[in-house]
Every structure is written in structure tokens, then in C-alpha cells.
Design a binder for this molecule. Sequence first.
Ligand code: AGP
Length: 603
Amino acid sequence: MLPAGFKKHGAKLLLRFLGIAMCGIIGVLTKEGNAGKLAYEGIKRLDYRGYDSWGIAVKGSGLSIYKRTGKIGSIPNKLLQGSIAIAHTRWATHGKISVRNAHPHLSQNGKIAVVHNGVIENFQELRDFLAEKGFVFKSDTDSEVIPMLIEMYLEEGCSFREAVRKALLHLKGSYAIVAIYEPEHIMIGAKNASPLVVGLSDGRVLFASDLQAIAPYAEEAIFLSDLELVEASPEIKIYNIESGLSIKKLPKKIDINLCYADKKGFEHYMLKEIYEQEQAIINASAQNESLLNKVVESIKSANKVFIIGCGTSRHAAMLASYMFAKISKLNASALLASEFPNFANLIDEKTVIIALSQSGETADVLEAVRAAKRKGAKIISIVNVMGSSLMQISDINLMMNAGPEVCVLATKSYLAQLAILYLIANHLIGNTEQAKKELAEAAKKVPIIIKKNERKAKLLASKLKNTSSIFVIGKNACSITALEGALKIKEVSYIHAEGYASAELKHGPIALIEKNVPVIVFAPDASDESITNAIEAKSRGALIIGVSTERAKCFDYFFNVPCKELFPILSIIPIQLLAYYLALERGLDPDKPRNLAKSVTVK
Ligand code: AGP
């Protein structure tokens, strides 16, 4: 039974209440008779997205389906075969966590199976419409209307593809779907505002929420745009969902290293990705010169520049604002993407938006960018996921090339974003080569910083594991590093941590400082003004954890970051390590913190 008033407010209300919606979808059409195995392995590679139930449907001698709640477990051997298979990991939004609500969902006649990622906002009226036609629903989900609508159109004589296309025209909201029909050797995918990528290799076709899940089996990829449908039989045909007209899209070669990752011997992706920051800075710095020129031309011809993002990407935006002011004498305001609508009146065709997003799928960022585009703004995006929605709607796109970031926490993507933004700030003043040298030097410092501080971070984590609150402070650009350090600590160890511009402590927060309260201070050197603020806290009993190029007298603990030039960027590394070891000390999984998802695809 839906909560009172649900009809009026629709799915958005429920989503806001339930929080993050995240699903993973996979489809495999193959001639090798192992479609079930590839689909099953694919959803296991999507488990980092967070889920609470899962399922698979395999077309073999018939259409077999298998669904469970909880973590992905084993499946019956016969489901590892088949010519076509679809699979899904579900993060409950509409309807509680249960087998009946898990995907795939079947049509009434049991011949059509569908997996769906997204939110159908008009699902209640569609359920009512279909119920009046005699369709009986077995789940409480919004997604189940899709196979029913397809069946309805098949009964009216449509082809499978046309039945899917017409069914999708009923949907309001976001979707990425894969649908199969037992009598036919056809697999159909479609997307609108949720990610779906097509992988191809030697007669094998794979559809997935992201390349990470299918990269080991694909050599090329096609990135679908919104309102596009793809039919695989296995020939690939692509159509516009609204017009039904066919579209030509050429596949792109896949660089496996940029889209597929395993732990490579590390216990957790988080630590692996902290170590990968050296390569991430190198890759990010290797931006195409003509692309940088286009970015600079756009910025120079604009009269307003905004940098937007969420979470860690927002911190990168804020730190970039300091860089642009200091290096390029450019006023580039950093805005929280979710608050962007408040500034819509400032946006026009002379505005440039620099949108930062590792996943390229963050709903708040996509909504802000779409709103800005409607006002004529030029969109420059910096993303890590090839073919992501943000990449597709941007005028200019720079790739972080940091490799897949599987851990829910952003680490290497943060440094990659900052490296690119540092490059742009210098390219604006013709200082690119010098900036590239500094970034190359900074990359070399990453393993040194890790070597000097990892053991200290581990020891300190064992001392702080039961602390209830940690303060993180810094001055100037380090005030942003402080925000990022606090976010890392709280989201992975669940210890409350707050980041402040160090001078702000005395305007209120210092009231909270008492004996042994840990205060982390980012100070480029012992003469930095933040040291004064740290001493004020120390005189009230605080435990001072210094992150600096040199030990100051007031430090009780000292993380050594021997890199003055890009200190605000590299100094985050010891605190990434501290956060990681705090999570381990507290028996938590650093790769999948509670309540969080790698890509927040709803508002
Ligand atoms: C960072 O550690 C968090 N996982 C989160 O704040 C993240 O940065 C934010 O959700 C933005 O993600 P995006 O870069 O993919 O847009």
C-alpha cells in the first residue's frame, strides 16, 4: 500500500525519503552459449554500486529466471548457459527489499523479461491503466510496468523493437533498460537519463550500466545518448525512441586499462586507488593541447565562469576557484551543483560552466548543466567515465583518465581533477609547460608521501578509532583541503569530522575544543598562519596533528608532505590514508560505506 499523498507527490517524494537509488544492469547476447555466465560475472563487477537484491534471466530452451535478496551468491549451473541473458543489482526505491521486487521483471505471459535502472515517475497511473486492461502485477515496483506495456504492444501486432519503443514513450522519468523476448534472438537496450553502454566483440554484444562490468569481454563500445534504443541480433541497430528513425553510431576502441580494474593484490580498492594517484596525476596532466586551447578560448570569451560539482568534486571546484584567482586572475565561482538553481538568473550565453564529476552521472550535476544549457551557457566537463551522461551533454569534455575508481570514496579522481584544473589555470596565462613540469614533480612525490606516512596513519588510526569528533583546519587553499579531509574521515569511518578555514575556529567552533580533541591542521610550513590557530586549539587541550613540509613545535603528530608547490593538492594523501585505516580499525569496509553509492544518480 503506498503512503498517503504518494499519488500527488510521486516518486520524487519516496526517493527523497529513501535516499540514494542505485542499480546495475547487464545484458549479454552471445553465440558461445555462455550468456548466463558473462551476465552473472558482469553484475558481480557492479556490486560496488551498492544493492540489496539481485537477479538474472537466461534465454536458453525457455526463459529461466533466478532472483535473491542480499549479496550476490551462486546460481544454478544451467543458468550459466544460454544465448541471451540479462541481470540486475537492485537498490530498493519503490517497494521493499524482497525477491518479488527484485529484477528481472516478467510480462504477464512470462515471455518478456526486463531489467531497469532509474525512476518511473508516472508508474502509478501506468499501473492503473494496465490493471484496467487486465494486467496483474506481482511486485510493488515501478519497473514492472515496462514488460507489461511491451506485452500490450506485442498483442497489438507490433514487432518486439516497436513494442519496446512504444512502451518507453509512456514513461516519465529516468530509465536504462534491457529487454528480451523468449521467442526471438534479440536483445534490446534503451536509455534516458540513466547510463547504458554497449560493448562489442566478435559477434558478442553486451549492454551495461558502465563499462567496468563488461570491459573484459568487449573490444569496442558504443555510448548511447538519451532517448536512444539499441537492438542487437547480434547486428546492432540504433533508433531514436521518439521518432523511431534509425541512427548511425560508430563504436570506439576500448582501452581496457581505463575502464576495468581489479584489486591487483591490494586488500581494498580504496588503498589501491590512493597508490594509483601518481599515475592519475600523470594521465590527467597529459591533456590534448588543442582541447586545452578550446577550453581557454571558451573561458576568455565568457563574462562569467562557474565551477560546479558535488561532494569531493565540489571541493575540487572550490580549490580550483583559488587556483584560478591566484594563477590566472580569473574570477571562477565554485557552486554546489544542488544549489545551482538559486543562481540561474546569472546564467546566459556568455557564461561558461566547468562541471566536475568522476562518474559523469551525478543527478544534481546533470540537472544543473541541463538548466545552464537551456540558458545558453557553454559546458566544459571533466569526467572519469567515458561515455557518461555528463560527457555526452557537454560542449567540451576533458577526460581524467584516472582509470576506474571503484571505491565509493573519491581519491585519485580528486587529484586528477585538480591536476587538470591546475593545467587550465596555467594554460590561461601561457604557462602550460611549467605547470606540466610541476605536475610531473608532484606525481613523483606521491609514493614518497605514502611511504613516509602510511605507517604513521595506521598507528594514529589505532589511537583515534574511538574518538567521537575530529576537526580539520587549514588556511587559504588548504581550507578546502580541510573540507576534503573531513569528508574522507566521516564517510568511511563514520567518525564525525568537520573542516574549517582555520581562522574560523575562533568564531565559534573553538567552543567545542577540549582535552584531547584531535585537530588536524594543513600548514604548508611552520610559519603558516594556520599554526597560530592550531596553537589556540592546543592551549585548550586539543591534540594537534600537523600535515606539513616541516614539523612545527605545536604538533603532537606530524605527517610529512615534502612538496611546497602543490601542497594543497598533495597534502590530502596522509589524511586519505588515516581515513582508510580508521575504517579498518573500526571493522568497516572502506570500499562500500553504509548509505553511500559510487554515483548518486538521483537528486
Ligand atoms: C566522495 O568521496 C564521495 N563519494 C562523494 O562526495 C562524491 O564525490 C560525489 O557524490 C560526487 O560524485 P561525482 O564526482 O561522480 O559526481
